[in-house]
Design a protein around this ligand. Structure first.
Ligand code: PGA
Length: 251
């Protein structure tokens, strides 16, 4: 970690829990951040869309931001079931995840679609967390850096800056599997990403998160890497003790 970039610890709750669970988790986290001697990181939680309002209320006044897990590229219109970025902002979100590998796989989202979503997020005043990451076959074939460079080139829209964009490197094969790349591979990929973001982004100020099986037991080793500026946490973010312990690893 380079402390010029304040680490961001982001929880992606995915499609888990009902509003009461989300509210309780939000309250618990907010209470811990208010208790004093909180770790030196920014906190973000991304609940299921239906739970966003209760979580926004539960963390009100605490240094915990709320984000969406996806948005549509259009500002409004005939898109049944979708959510516009400005609706997320209206609900109290400050961030939105775009291009998560589960969206890329489940919904066939390509780099161009993700760039359009990130642009919509920016237009709505949200920070876009743009996710990239190779599959296991791509890594085994020695193509991980090339794949991620292509995703970065295609998924980050014009006008992206270090203030309105965060990149999350999430190797597909590490998500929800308990497996992670070596710390050397993570650092090499993060440095590679910092070197290939478009010129509108001040690369030295860009926050690049690692995601994929981040747990309390491996967080410190990952978060101390010079080009890792936080974590995007799935499973472990559902347990506040574990999520908090990951934040503690930024000390
Ligand atoms: P995981 O998920 O921490 O459960 O591996 C990470 C993610 O998908 O963002």
């Amino acid at each position: 970690m380079d402390h010029a970039r304040r680490p961001l610890i982001a929880g992606n709750w995915k499609m888990n829990g009902l509003a009461a669970d989300a509210e309780a988790r939000g309250r618990d986290l907010a209470g811990r951040t208010r208790a004093g001697d909180a770790p030196p990181c920014d906190w973000l939680v991304c609940p299921p869309a239906t739970a966003i309002p209760v979580v926004v209320a539960a963390v009100a006044g605490a240094p915990v931001a709320v984000g969406g897990q996806d948005c549509h590229a259009a500002a409004s219109g005939a898109h049944t079931g979708d959510i516009a970025a400005r609706m997320l902002a209206d609900a109290g979100c400050g961030y939105v995840i775009v291009g998560h590998s589960e969206r890329r796989a489940d919904h066939g989202e390509d780099d161009a679609a993700i760039a359009a979503k990130a642009a919509a997020a920016h237009a709505a005043g949200l920070v876009a967390i743009v996710c990239v990451g190779e599959t296991e076959a791509e890594r085994d074939a020695g193509r991980a850096h090339a794949v991620v460079a292509r995703q970065i080139a295609g998924s980050i829209p014009a006008g992206a800056t270090a203030a309105n964009t965060v990149v999350a490197y999430e190797p597909v094969w590490a998500i929800g599997t308990g497996r992670t790349p070596t710390v050397d591979d993570v650092q090499a990929m993060h440095a590679h990403i910092r070197g290939c973001v478009p010129p509108s982004i001040d690369a030295a100020a860009l926050r690049i998160l690692y995601g994929g099986s981040v747990k309390p037991g491996n967080a410190a080793a990952l978060l101390r890497l010079p080009d890792v500026d936080g974590a995007l946490v799935g499973g472990a973010s559902l347990v506040v003790d574990d999520f908090w312990a990951i934040g503690e690893a930024t000390r």
